[in-house]
Design a protein around this ligand. Structure first.
Ligand SMILES: [Zn+2]
Length: 563
């Protein structure tokens, strides 16, 4: 008798668990979800709760309530102590899930982990929410788990709806990214790339609005903000008599309008220009500056040569001093992109090391040139990183360098390439990673790199599995991974066949998601341009977002790229 009762109660429990799994309560209605935060929660804390609600709404249509009255309760709290940016996920007293962040970012990352351990489907193509059961703690290893977007030129930054940019930042944050970086558009123009007359050029307004949305969103979530600065680039209005002498760097282009900083007039002009830029963002806040020597950039005059170890350092240092008064805690990274490629200046690395041996207190990181054999300069393997500073990997994953194969511009998961690069570089780049992302087709690769930077010894396949479960489908993730592998190996037709067989089994939300559509573009050869440029409706597939799209459409079109 007792045995039967136990079996019966076990059966009832199992039945209840199953009903909860398929998102239906015993009464037959869809369960409600609520997110609880303490009464003392500050704006960042509340913003993170909104991100949770927004993600659930996007992924299965659920509307999340505030408080602890839902059938499923998720509570978000800040703990004291613990490793910076870490989190823990545990059972909540009274039922549900408790997510504890060691700081605000940790809370955001914990929400990301919980969202990824949850599922949004019932296995039969219907949308539902099944809360994740992963429990434990985690904290990142490397200090930079950043993303760099091509803000000063990329069409996304002249066309995208602000809502899409907000989502880009939030979703990167959920994956453990802690620094959001872009390049400030001091750009004289070349080819089809628009130039700007000055800081007050009306053409700049749309692009600035998008950069501001990017940086404000990052700040509102507790993420760090970073600006790349090409210190001697200038607007098209820069006087002719202070322009730079052309250099012969064979790698970097000399695309912009460049000023020589080695005359008092040139230096004064550049400092005034950068003061305007830095002051513009004071209301938002900048945490890091990266000084970049080339593509744009450089001066070949005798006073500046060798640029990377001489003129570049002098003007970067002068801008750093000015930035220090506006942003007292700002961190500085120096890039060595395209160093030693000018036959008249083959010793830029040595000169930089010499200068930093004398004084490296104003620099926090070096960002070595990545487009070299092994992704790390031989000179720095032989003689160490200049200034003995930690190196950050500015990983160029957008173009075909080192065989990255993204030219079709659809979503391009490259797990084998990521694994190969990571094995070669993880011990060299102790400062972490800032992948170079022209558009958003690099999404999966960015995520893999951010997660490897979080846990450097984690297998790439493990991250790919987490990504495909979350972004595509938990039920069909192994098929999607197989398609991704075959595509990367060049068997695109096979990949397309697999994905086409999976597509009808997805929920509407999964099928309409931009990542899925971009992946399909990748394997079918269709253009993913409108997705990458962010001119489609925001990724939120719900009617509300489409209404936003209609309202914002006119503003988004205000600053089209030149053709
Ligand atoms: Zn010069």
């Amino acid at each position: 008798m007792i045995k039967v009762t136990n079996n019966m109660s076990r059966a009832i429990l199992l039945c209840a668990a199953l009903l909860a799994m398929i998102g239906v309560t015993a009464a037959g209605k869809t369960p409600t979800v609520s997110v609880a935060v303490p009464a003392t929660a500050d704006a960042t804390h509340q913003r993170i709760a909104q991100v949770f609600a927004s993600q659930l709404h996007q992924r299965c249509g659920l509307r999340v309530e505030g408080g602890s009255g839902g059938d499923i309760v998720v509570e978000l709290v800040l703990g004291s102590g613990g490793a910076p940016d870490g989190y823990s996920i545990s059972d909540r007293k009274g039922g549900g899930t408790l997510i504890t962040g060691n700081n605000h970012r940790g809370l955001l990352y914990g929400v990301g982990k919980f969202l990824r351990s949850s599922t949004y489907e019932d296995g039969g193509g219907n949308a539902t929410f099944v809360p994740g059961t992963w429990r434990g703690s985690s904290a990142p290893v490397q200090p930079h788990r950043a993303v760099y977007w091509w803000t000063h030129i990329g069409p996304r930054w002249r066309n995208s709806e602000l809502e899409n940019i907000r989502l880009d930042v939030e979703e990167m944050g959920l994956w453990g990214v802690n620094v959001i970086a872009g390049c400030f558009p001091v750009q004289g123009g070349y080819g089809k790339i628009p130039g700007y007359r000055g800081f007050d050029d009306p053409k700049l307004a749309g692009l600035l609005a998008r950069m501001e949305t990017m940086l404000k969103t990052a700040r509102a979530l507790g993420l760090r903000t970073c600006l790349f600065v090409v210190p001697n680039s200038a607007y098209s209005g820069a006087p002719a008599d202070i322009r730079a002498t052309p250099h012969q760097n064979q790698c970097g282009g000399n695309h912009g309008v460049l000023v020589c900083p080695s005359t008092p007039q040139g230096e004064a002009y550049l400092l005034k220009q950068w003061e305007g830029v830095l002051k513009h963002f004071q209301v938002i806040g900048i945490d890091e500056l990266v000084f970049f020597p080339y593509d744009e950039g450089g001066c070949g005059c005798e006073r500046c040569r060798p640029w990377g170890g001489n003129g570049f350092l002098k003007i970067s240092r002068a801008i750093q001093r000015m930035a220090d008064t506006l942003y007292p805690d700002v961190e500085i990274a120096l890039s060595t992109w395209c160093f030693d490629k000018d036959p008249k200046a083959p010793n830029e690395t040595e000169k930089l090391a010499e200068a930093l041996d004398k004084d490296h207190r104003w620099v926090d990181y070096i960002m070595p040139d990545y487009r070299v054999p092994g992704y790390f300069p031989q000179k720095m393997i032989d003689h160490g990183v200049p200034g003995n500073l930690p190196a950050i990997n500015f990983a160029e994953i957008s173009m075909k360098w080192h065989g990255w194969n993204n030219e079709k511009r659809g979503l391009s998961p490259n797990p084998a390439k990521v694994a190969e690069m990571w094995a070669l570089t993880k011990d060299h780049y102790q400062g972490g990673i800032i992948p170079y992302c022209e558009h958003i087709y690099t999404d999966a690769d960015m995520v893999m790199l951010a997660q490897l930077s979080w846990a450097p010894d984690r297998p790439v396949d493990d991250v790919l599995q987490e990504y495909t479960r979350f972004e595509f489908s938990a039920t069909h993730s192994s098929d999607v991974i197989e398609a991704i592998r075959r595509n990367e190996a060049g068997h695109t037709d096979q990949a397309a066949r697999i994905l086409k067989s999976v597509e009808p089994k997805l929920t509407t939300f999964q099928r309409d998601a931009w990542r899925w559509r971009s992946l399909m573009c990748r394997v079918t050869g269709a253009s993913a341009k409108s997705i990458n440029y962010g001119v489609e409706p925001p990724r939120n597939r719900i009617g509300l977002a489409r209404a936003n799209h209609r309202e914002q459409g006119a503003a988004a079109d205000a600053d089209k790229p030149r053709r």
